[in-house]
Ligand binder design. Structure first.
Ligand code: S3P
Length: 180
């Protein structure tokens, strides 16, 4: 795959999208392929505060988490040659989008509510926003609320694709500078 056109720019690639769309998995593979450094905003925040995001939400609330996300975006904006997997709500803050857009290109991974539920159910990682008696309804509701924010970016559907197929799809988008 020829990624020469992108490579010359040496900017960041940012993967966003709803919880469970595979941002971190794909981000790691992409970073390896581009020889960039991979960072996951949730993981960096957990390392900074020495506790899990679920505990932070429980003890200090979502607002405290969103403030940490915004501060981290400022820090990351000083760096280049990163593949950044964002937490699913990070791009709901337009200031974060403005800052990140100046450092690179943002792509949004998508999946159906059913696929999202299946993926997050098989993961250890607790998502405070999905602790609901009817998680599928909650996912659907949040996807609707967030639709306009996610649609600002090129959409990359992950449905039915292997990791390798998805990586190639993303590399094609990066090389072409076009949406998926
Ligand atoms: C959130 C997504 C989570 C994490 C937090 C809030 C969201 O990250 O940042 O639980 O608002 O969508 P993942 O998208 O990596 O699960």
């Amino acid at each position: 795959m020829d990624i020469g056109k992108y490579d010359m720019n040496k900017t960041n690639i940012i993967l966003t999208g709803f919880m469970g769309t595979g941002k971190s998995t794909l981000g790691r593979l992409l970073a390896e392929r581009l020889d960039y450094r991979f960072v996951d905003t949730d993981q960096l925040i957990e390392e900074q505060i020495g506790q899990s995001i679920a505990d932070l939400f429980a003890q200090q609330g979502e607002g405290a988490f969103r403030n940490l996300e915004a501060r981290l975006v400022q820090d990351l904006s000083q760096k280049r040659e990163l593949v950044i997997a964002t937490g699913g709500g990070l791009v709901l803050n337009p200031d974060n989008v403005t800052v990140l857009s100046q450092t690179g290109r943002i792509f949004c991974l998508t999946a159906t509510p059913e696929e999202i539920l299946e993926r997050i159910s098989s993961q250890q990682h607790i998502r405070p926003l999905l602790q609901d008696p009817d998680p599928l309804a909650r996912i659907t509701e949040l996807l609707e609320q967030r639709d306009a924010s996610y649609r600002q970016f090129p959409q990359i559907s992950t449905s039915g694709l292997s990791h390798e197929q998805l990586l190639n799809k993303l590399l094609r988008c990066i090389a072409a500078g076009d949406p998926a």
